[in-house]
Write a protein that binds this ligand. Structure first.
Ligand code: ACO
Length: 283
């Protein structure tokens, strides 16, 4: 297994899977708080600031985006997990203070930016989340303990969620005067429906394991001690499927909600022609 602790000496280009996966230039190491490992077709991203309940910063999201940009081609499954008792307690609360996070400013400094610059800042943060939906991979969030705000959104950015029975999802942003803007509102509304999403977000209440499974927010809930094994089992089952067929099927399923039945039927035909030709065509 190749491993890269993202952070450490910022001068270091980090290696995984035989290739450069991340060069973090400016970020203070502690605020990045990520580990990245590649083991064959499985990559694991670990939020690694357990003493701060894996609080996330802009440096975390830049590092996540960089992992997405440089993901080794052999990777088919990406596991996102958190070290310690909580998956992630969300954005680093120092962002709400006048001092902010060292080297990364604060909400007060962001508020002074022009519209274009501010929007770009958020777009950059969102890049850390969006790549987890790529058709070529299946992303699995392994979630224990608290997944609050940005933590909930990171779990929602993944295709699948496997949760421990102590999971506590909470979309805290509206209670803090913000909106969830790390790409979480669409998957949440798609999964639980708009009314339930409104209720969950605007009350900032906690959703536990049994309800998460019932609502479709989690594929399965297991005792905390079995979380890692459950994720491994799911990854193994996913990897048993033909790679190109898996990507094509994911493309079809992702696009299905936005298409009419006729459009989807046409898309199925187009994908299947490619599949059959790849499997049985003359070379
Ligand atoms: N940002 C920075 N530090 C944090 C954060 C955070 N989001 N969450 C926890 N920590 C730190 C605590 O300050 C504490 O640090 P210290 O040991 O130096 O004092 C350490 O992590 C442990 O935190 P505790 O509160 O002692 O841990 P506990 O397990 O009892 O509680 C819980 C965990 C419930 C997650 C609690 O820490 C909490 O409510 N955190 C804030 C959650 C929050 O409001 N996040 C923002 C959501 S909005 C968004 O993400 C955009």
């Amino acid at each position: 297994m190749a491993e890269a602790a993202i952070g450490g000496n910022p001068e270091h280009a980090l290696k995984a899977g035989g290739s450069d996966v991340s060069t973090i230039s400016a970020a203070a190491p502690a605020e990045v708080g990520l580990r990245f490992e590649v083991d064959g077709e499985i990559a694991t991203v670990t939020l690694d600031r357990p003493d701060k309940r894996n609080a996330q910063t802009f440096a975390t999201w830049s590092a996540l985006a960089r992992i997405g940009e440089t993901l080794p081609e052999q990777v088919r499954v990406v596991v996102v997990k958190g070290e310690g008792p909580s998956f992630s307690a969300g954005i680093d609360l120092r962002m709400f203070t006048p001092e902010g996070v060292p080297g990364q400013g604060s909400f007060a400094s962001a508020a002074a930016l022009g519209d274009a610059e501010f929007e770009q800042l958020i777009a950059e943060a969102q890049k850390g989340f969006l790549w987890l939906r790529r058709p070529e991979i299946v992303s699995i969030a392994a979630v224990q303990g608290h997944a609050i705000g940005a933590g909930f959104q990171l779990a929602l950015a993944c295709d699948l969620r496997v949760v421990a029975d102590d999971v506590k999802f909470c979309m805290k942003e509206p209670a803090l005067g913000l909106v969830p803007d790390l790409t979480g509102t669409k998957p949440l509304a798609d999964i639980v429906g708009v009314p339930r999403a409104i209720e969950i977000c605007l009350t900032a209440r906690t959703v536990g394991a049994a309800e998460a499974v019932r609502l479709g927010l989690a594929e399965i809930a297991v005792p905390a001690s079995e979380l890692s094994q459950a994720v491994q089992d799911l990854a193994a089952a996913l990897l048993a499927t033909d790679r190109a067929a898996a990507a094509a099927t994911k493309r079809l399923l992702q696009a299905a909600p936005g298409r009419t039945l006729e459009e989807q039927a046409a898309a199925e035909r187009a994908e299947q022609i490619q599949r059959v030709r790849a499997l049985f065509g003359q070379r």
